[in-house]
Design a protein. Structure first.
Length: 300
């Protein structure tokens, strides 16, 4: 047994688009998300903290778009991913530059794009028209951790106006038939009520909402087994059942599960006999779900 040099589990962080080959158990959800994006060019991926919103978009939706699963619009996509933070319009402008729609070497690109975005609610559509987006290409804008917008808007009236202007940019671009712009936001479900504070946002979220369902036991099993196989290892059924029983149906335990598996893989990589799978003894060495996490905190 020759395990690969890289660990197939991301730990506490989300999966990236480059790790789609390690992303298992969410195939049905990815297909449902694609279908929603075909019907609505503004979609909101909603779920509790730790439910896998960012991973589903980054390692599920985005690679599927590049694979041409949205046949009517093709497989040529540019993708900008960012968090709104306290300056969402500026962060949007930077995201457009980062996905090569503008010359990143030109120091005037950011102020120029920012001025276009601030000019009117049509600013995003106009910025895309002025950009280097090639004919026949589509643009997906992913606003990750959208709830940041609500946290910052409470700080001042100026922040509240900025948040409203930012949302109008997104909504207008997604509604303009000739603009090849698609918007996806990820948001914690406990912030849904905040959407009513910004004109048009609650309606858009209602039409394009995708509430992440819990993984079934079989889906969780797949999410454990398949990355191990891709990494060139094996895992015992005893350990799989132990993990499934400990995690249960708690959605927010998924990052903890991924972290424990990352630690178990590292332990197994350093200490296993020929053909020995990841097993309970490796799991006990890292201290199980809870202790693996606290051990990580102690080492950080």
């Amino acid at each position: 047994m020759n395990p690969s040099s890289s660990n197939p589990f991301p730990g506490l962080r989300p999966f990236t688009s480059e790790e789609d080959y390690l992303f298992f158990g969410r195939e049905d959800q990815t297909n449902e998300l694609l279908q929603l994006l075909r019907e609505h060019r503004f979609i909101a991926v909603v779920g509790t903290s730790g439910s896998g919103k960012s991973s589903l978009v980054r390692a599920g939706l985005i690679p599927s778009l590049f694979g041409g699963t949205m046949v009517t619009v093709g497989s040529r996509w540019e993708v900008g991913v960012f968090r709104p933070g306290g300056d969402p319009v500026k962060n949007l402008a930077q995201a457009l530059i980062d996905c090569d729609l503008y010359d990143a070497e030109d120091t005037e690109s950011l102020p120029r794009v920012l001025a276009t975005l601030r000019r009117s609610r049509q600013g995003l559509s106009e910025a895309v028209r002025q950009s280097d987006l090639e004919p026949g290409h589509n643009l997906l804008i992913v606003v990750d951790q959208f709830e940041e917008l609500f946290r910052f808007q409470h700080e001042s009236d100026a922040q509240k106006e900025e948040a409203a202007a930012f949302v109008q940019l997104l909504l207008h671009a997604a509604s303009e038939a000739k603009a090849p712009v698609y918007i996806t936001i990820t948001m914690r479900s406990d912030y849904l009520g905040e959407c009513a504070q910004i004109p048009g946002l609650a309606e858009a979220v209602n039409h394009g909402e995708y509430l992440i369902p819990r993984l079934t036991r079989d889906q969780r099993r797949t999410a454990i087994e398949r990355p191990v196989a891709v990494g060139g290892g094996q895992i015992s059924q005893l350990l799989i059942n132990q993990l499934l029983n400990e995690v249960g149906d708690e959605v927010d335990q998924l990052p903890v599960l991924q972290h424990a598996l990352m630690r178990v893989w590292d332990c197994w990589s350093e200490d296993h006999q020929d053909e020995e799978p990841l097993d309970l003894r490796h799991y006990k060495q890292v201290g199980g779900l809870t202790h693996a996490l606290s051990q990580h905190a102690d080492e950080a």
